[in-house]
Design a protein around this ligand. Structure first.
Ligand code: NAP
Length: 301
């Protein structure tokens, strides 16, 4: 295998986490202890694994983590009360609501209830709007991780043609907004796009976030394209269960300049950027508090 073509998510995530750990130490020297609250409603096995990994990673980099496990029959109102409590707690800097939620819970209301400055997943409409205006906000973790990998692989992204396949709120749309902010020309494809291969073949950069195992083969790619495969799909292969991406890795490898593997590509970057967002949120909240108290002092004296 051409290992020099692999974009190593684990190594890149380790670099981000090292920086996060240093930032946490600097914050602790100023008596700020970054803290992340994770809310899990119900007992979805995959969500339990994701939450456990997030808590473990937080502990590794020195972020205090609090896990709130709620039963499947929790009502929207009960969830909103917990979120309000966490919003008001100044010792908590990030609030993450693990998705998916049980069907009876109003997901949009719950996500909108998280204070925008604690919204480390970047799903609140204030952060979504800020990102689409090209402002620096808490941006969703998976696309932020993808952008980091692209910057490390391609250097200057300005003027590159990027095709994003998928338009979900958590990956495709914020990915397109981040690439636009990085001065790429961006095309977004989805299930209603006619001739997606033709459009995709024009891209210097392809980000696949579809959720269809090995959909993208060499016929979708311009020779020399850089490919980020966000997809995580479990398939049965020769009687074995394993994870594959949205890209047919083996068949495209000879065709591309660089590509992320699945697993070991985008996955580790998502958690690394959750930690980065938590530290960014802690710093921003501390600075906002300091400005408020300075303004108060000025108004008194
Ligand atoms: P999603 O909400 O199901 O969205 C999939 C998108 O793909 C939709 O916009 C859909 O179009 C589009 N699509 C479906 N079939 C298509 C086709 N044949 N051609 C072109 N576009 C097509 O999925 P998601 O949440 O964005 O996740 C996508 C994948 O990334 C999944 O495999 C998921 O597990 C993975 N993921 C990985 C991470 C990570 O950390 N690595 C994080 C999040 C997600 P319509 O809008 O028209 O339906």
């Amino acid at each position: 295998m051409n290992t020099h073509k692999l974009i190593d998510g684990k190594a890149n995530a380790a670099r981000v986490l090292l920086q996060v750990r240093e930032d946490v130490e600097r914050l602790r020297e100023q008596a700020i202890e970054p803290a992340l609250a994770v809310i899990l409603v119900g007992s979805d096995p995959a969500s339990q694994v994701y939450v456990r990994n997030k808590i473990l990673r937080a502990e590794e980099v020195g972020i205090r983590s609090l896990e709130h496990r709620l039963s499947t029959d929790t009502s929207t109102e009960q969830l909103l009360m917990l979120i309000a409590h966490l919003n008001a707690d100044r010792s908590i800097h990030g609030v993450l609501l693990q998705l998916p939620l049980p069907a009876h819970i109003d997901e949009l209301r719950a996500l909108e209830a998280i204070a925008p400055d604690k919204d480390v997943d970047g799903f609140h409409s204030q952060n979504v709007g800020g990102l689409s205006q090209g402002r620096t906000v808490l941006a969703p973790c998976t696309p932020s991780g993808c952008l980091y990998l692209l910057e490390q692989t391609c250097g200057d992204l300005r003027g590159k043609h990027a095709v994003v396949i998928g338009r979900s709120n958590i990956v495709g749309k914020p990915m397109a907004a981040l690439l636009l902010r990085a001065d790429c020309s961006v095309t977004v494809l989805h299930s209603r796009s006619p001739s997606p291969q033709l459009l995709c073949r024009q891209a210097d950069i392809v980000i696949a976030a579809v959720g269809r195992p090995r959909l993208i083969d060499a016929s979708w790619l311009k020779p020399g394209a850089v490919v980020i495969d966000v997809g995580i799909n479990r398939i049965e292969d020769d009687g074995r269960s394993r994870l594959v991406g949205d890209v047919d890795f083996d068949s495209v490898l000879a065709h591309v300049t660089a590509i992320t593997p699945v697993p070991g590509g985008v996955g580790p970057m998502t958690i690394a950027f959750l930690m980065k967002n938590t530290v960014t949120a802690a710093l921003a909240q501390h600075q906002a508090l300091r400005s408020q108290s300075e303004a108060l002092c000025r108004s008194i004296y």
